[in-house]
Structures are given as C-alpha cells and as structure tokens.
Ligand binder design. Structure first.
Ligand code: NCD
Length: 307
C-alpha cells in the first residue's frame, strides 16, 4: 500500500504517468465516471480549506465513488483529545482512502504509520502540500508544454508557504530549472530547503526582494499569500502582508508567454485587474487540481485505467 506524504514519494516517471492519466481524464471524463463505484474517500481536515477538500470530494464523485469526512478539528473527536493515530485506525474501517490536512508538520506521516488505507497529505503545517504540487506541475506542463528549461519565480511568503516548499522539491528533479526566490528577508525559503535541495542538487537560484526587476526573465510567476496563521505575532503579519501586489503595471514587465500561478486563496497579492489577463492561470489551475486528484485516487487505489 502506498501513501502520498511528500511529492518525492513518486519518481519523475511515476509523476509523468500520473499527469498523462490526468490529461486523459481531462480529455475523456465520461470514460472514468464509474471506475471507483463503491469506493469511499474520507477527507479529514483539521485546518480550513475550500479548494483542496472540495476538489478531493469532487474528484471521488467524478469517479463514481462517495465521500465522508469532517471539515474542522472542532467537529471531530480531536476536540475531545483523540490522537491522529487512533482517528486513522477508526477511519480505516470506514473508507478506502483518505486525505488529511493538519496544522502540525508530520501529522499525515504519523497517520500513515497506523493506517490500513492510503493516506494523502493535503497540507501539513508549513511543511508540504504534495497534491497542490501535482496540480501546479499539470498546470505548468499544460500551459508551457514542458517541465524542464524554465525560469520559475516564487514570490511572497516563501518561509511558511508549504506549496512553495513542495514545488521547489518537485521541480528540482527536472533539468534546466532556475528559481528566482522573491521575498522580504524575513520570509525567505527555509535554510533546509536551500541546503538539502537547491545546493545539494546544484540547482541555479537567486534570492531577491524586487519583483519588478525579476519579471522580465520569468517563464512562470508563482504568487503566494502571506500565511497569517503561521505568524507568531500580528504586527509582523501586518507589516508584511502587502509586501507584493501584482497589478497590471507589473504585468507589463513580463513576457507574453509568462504565466501567473497561485495556489489560492488570494488576499491582496494579485490585484483583481490581473484576472482578465490571458496570462493569469490561477483559476485554470483549480480545474487541473480536480483531474490530478482523480488520477491520484486511481493510482493509490490501483484502479485499472479503462480502455
Ligand atoms: C494553500 C495551502 O493550504 O497551503 N492553499 C491550497 O491548498 N490551495 C495555500 C494557502 O493557503 O495560501
């Protein structure tokens, strides 16, 4: 039995296969409408979510399966003091697969050790968010036609943003990737990612503060929200929350074939005036998230691809 806790749990070849499956699902959704008949996914969300939880549920419903779960820790037995280890033993009796989001780094990994069903990490604290990364990879591959030879700008809260950490890990396995890491000094990418991934693999990167200067060289701009819930004090959040605002004027500095991605939710970091720009891909990205989660559920449940 396999879990997905970190994007590196799948090899590059397995990710390619998964994205191919997701693209086939996009092209022929009717073919997949019953492949998970009788199967159930449990969504165990101890932290707020709109897209991730509902896209897992939509994915399973699109495959003919059913869904159960909870959307907040308050409405689960966690509020009575139940451990993740006990909860997952119980959920293993109810469902065939589960997706877990938790504020504590490593909680889905702990769950996987006590689970008899596949566990998908749907975001653990400021650590990893592998299914957002699969979504991002599918978006980039669909829009640019490739996952190599790209200059990728990551902008905003690179310290607490788990989507950023997972995306750097995943993209670092492709050739010709350059990162431009755009953040205030306080919100830089954590040292362990710089050391263990970027430096260890000899990936080209630079850390800068100025978004305008970076714009012209980017193939992809990945904007992120300042992660208010992970700050120790509100004053720091207020000081940094509007550190980057992507607007029409900044978009004029970018190439015509650059695309803007954002895992969403957006707060102020992308002005709504950018939404109609053909290079704004963040709502398309949400749709890709359903296809990759359909492909992931099929892969972890070892469901045969229909002919
Ligand atoms: C992200 C997350 O939860 O990390 N959202 C998402 O899953 N699409 C990004 C964020 O909350 O800023």
């Amino acid at each position: 039995m396999r879990h997905l806790l970190n994007p590196l749990d799948f090899s590059v070849e397995e990710i390619d296969q998964l994205l191919d499956l997701a693209s086939d699902i996009e092209a022929n959704p009717a073919k997949y409408a019953h492949v998970c008949d009788g199967k159930k996914i449990a969504t165990l969300f101890y932290e707020p979510s709109t897209r991730t939880r509902l896209s897992f549920e939509a994915a399973m419903l699109n495959l003919g399966g059913r869904v159960l779960g909870f959307a907040s820790a308050d409405s689960s037995s966690a509020s009575k003091g139940e451990s993740v280890a006990d909860t997952i033993r119980v959920i293993s009796c109810f469902a065939d697969i589960c997706a877990m989001r938790h504020p504590k780094e490593g909680a889905p990994m702990v769950a996987s050790l006590h689970s008899s069903i596949p566990v998908i990490n749907a975001g653990d604290g400021g650590h990893q968010h592998p299914t957002q990364t699969l979504t991002d990879l599918m978006t980039i591959r669909s829009l640019k036609g490739r996952l190599n030879n790209l200059t990728v700008g990551l902008c905003g809260d690179l310290k607490f943003g788990r989507t950023v950490h997972s995306l750097i890990n995943a993209l670092s396995r492709y050739t010709g990737i350059r990162f431009v890491l755009i953040s205030p000094p306080e919100l830089r990418v954590p040292d362990y990612i710089i050391e263990d991934t970027l430096n260890a693999k000899g990936i080209e990167y630079k850390e800068v503060e100025n978004l305008d200067e970076a714009m012209p060289e980017l193939d992809i701009l990945y904007m992120t929200r300042v992660q208010r819930e992970r700050f120790f004090n509100e004053e720091d959040y207020i000081r940094m929350k509007d550190c980057y605002i992507l607007d029409k004027k900044k978009m004029e500095l970018a190439r015509d074939d650059m695309f803007v991605l954002h895992p969403l939710p957006r707060v102020n970091e992308i002005s709504v005036e950018v939404d109609n720009d053909p290079r704004a891909a963040y709502f398309k990205q949400v749709q890709y998230g359903v296809y990759v989660r359909m492909a992931l559920i099929m892969t972890l449940l070892e469901v045969e691809k229909p002919c």
